[in-house]
Design a protein around this ligand. Structure first.
Ligand code: ZN
Ligand code: MN
Length: 480
């Protein structure tokens, strides 16, 4: 019996335009006083007329293009009808038959996930549950929302996570949304069923859509729960009930399980029809070209260029290109030696293992302006010439970044210049041997453990001793 999970993902991204999708209200709503960013349009008052936000339309197309989609030259908005207290008009303005963009591809390390569509719609208000009451806040009502629908090409919770991280990366490269899952500016609804092949028979379990998942780990746990539940259900029933419509299940983060919300829901239930208050929207080939020309270099292209032009590894290139800010800071850092592959590799190492590691510890984002390319070049020359050790070089990069120090002066003033003087190192080695009798005894039994003593010597010299010499001298003294 072969079991294959079939997973598709609907992701919603809130655009960070200044104003809302169909009115002039301020679109920012995070921590704003309730119902202060509203007007007759986004409150759904009778007679109010929607006017589409041009920037939001362009950004949706931009994202579609970045995900390899084709742009429909003529599109229109439709009304998606349903009742919910946070939806004051009784319908959401969305796209159905003619989304702005369709048929894209997202490449996950060679596994191509097809994108069905990237369309534009509006967000709903928020229900705030307080004690036994439910309050309504319409600040979010009408905020532009892009929906990205993948085909069911994802096969595991890990792959779902990878997919979402990549969508998030692309969106952030474009600068059109914070795409923050925890803050709700990126929301995702996975759709899952299981393909079961038993001999020459193939079964499909009924399709389930999971709602209310509010974190990346939540998405993975919810998908895994649903996979296990559907397999168990199939083993119990031994048959698959014929069902064409999907069932909606909510995710209970506390109980770590999904629960039934609605059964049998199809697009017919929404009674989609063209929005009569907004004329069709046309994009000429020139319009599309104009949007295309504003696309930055995307992560996949950038990583390829780093590998080919800079000779960096796939792993390092991925780390550096994690965000557009990170890659821009890196490229600024190498600007005075941008053709010297060997030096670029050396900086990549200092950047990842020195600067980025330091920033991760401090929980800070990289700031390009704080990088000084001349100082970077000095550090690389000092490290290449064995003037400083590689660990000191990492520290110098951080000192230059955080405090704008001159790395040469700093290294001298703090006695960080690499000591290659055998007599000086021998003195330090003797002291380390006297101070660490236990480690010396260990070494007699296990010569590989010399690393500890080298570490002690490096520590005593504040990283300035030449580590190769330190090891040689320690071994020489210990063998006497
Ligand atoms: Zn409004
Ligand atoms: Mn939607």
């Amino acid at each position: 019996m072969t079991i294959t999970p079939i997973i598709g993902i609907e992701a919603h991204i809130e655009l960070k335009t200044k104003t809302k999708m169909f009115c002039g209200c301020d679109a920012s709503h995070f921590h704003a006083d309730p119902n202060t960013h509203t007007c007759p349009v986004c409150l759904g008052l009778p007679g109010a007329l929607p006017v589409p936000n041009k920037t939001a339309c362009e950004w949706c197309i931009k994202l579609g293009l970045a995900l390899g989609c084709r742009v429909n030259h003529s599109s229109f908005f439709e009304r998606k009808n349903y009742f919910y207290p946070d939806l004051p008009k009784g319908y959401q303005i969305s796209q159905y038959l003619r989304p702005f963009t369709v048929d894209g591809i997202l490449d996950l390390d060679g596994h191509k996930i097809r994108i069905n569509r990237v369309h534009l719609e509006e967000d709903t208000g928020k229900s705030v549950h307080l004690g036994g009451d439910t309050l309504l806040d319409f600040n979010r009502s009408g905020v532009p929302l892009v929906e990205i629908v993948s085909e069911p090409d994802i096969n595991s919770p890990e792959e779902a996570k990878k997919y979402l991280l990549k969508v998030q990366q692309v969106v952030r490269y474009l600068g059109i949304s914070d795409a923050d899952i925890e803050k709700g500016s990126m929301r995702c609804e996975p759709t899952i069923n299981i393909k079961i092949e038993d001999g020459d028979q193939t079964f499909y379990t009924p399709l389930v859509e999971i709602k209310n998942v509010a974190s990346l780990t939540g998405v993975m746990t919810a998908i895994q729960f649903e996979i296990d539940r559907q397999i168990a259900q199939f083993q119990e029933d031994k048959i698959v009930k014929n069902s064409t419509n999907k069932t909606t299940r909510g995710w209970d983060a506390e109980k770590q399980q999904t629960f039934l919300q609605r059964e049998k829901e199809g697009s017919a239930d929404y009674r989609y029809f063209p929005e009569p208050d907004i004329p069709p929207i046309e994009f000429t080939a020139n319009d599309v070209e104009a949007v295309k020309s504003t696309l930055p270099e995307m992560p996949d292209q950038k990583i390829k260029r780093y590998i080919n032009d800079f000779g960096l590894s796939d792993y390092d290139s991925n780390l550096i290109c994690e965000s557009i800010d990170s890659s821009e800071a890196f490229e600024y850092g190498i600007s005075v030696f941008s053709t010297e592959k060997e030096n670029i590799k050396k900086f990549a190492n200092l950047y990842i293992n020195g600067l980025k590691e330091h920033l991760n510890k401090e929980n800070k984002e990289i700031e390009k302006e704080k990088i000084n390319p001349e100082q970077v070049f000095k550090v690389i020359k000092m490290a290449s010439g064995n003037v400083v050790s590689s660990s000191v070089a990492k520290n110098l990069i951080v000192q230059s970044y955080e405090f704008g120090v001159d790395v040469e002066n700093y290294a001298k003033e703090n006695n960080l210049i690499q000591v290659s003087d055998t007599i000086v190192i021998e003195e330090m080695a003797k002291k380390v041997i006297t101070d660490n009798p236990k480690a010396v005894a260990d070494y007699r039994k296990k010569p590989l453990s010399v690393g500890f003593l080298v570490g002690q010597l490096m520590k005593a010299s504040k990283g300035s001793a030449n580590p190769t010499l330190a090891k040689e001298i320690l071994e020489k003294l210990l063998s006497q």
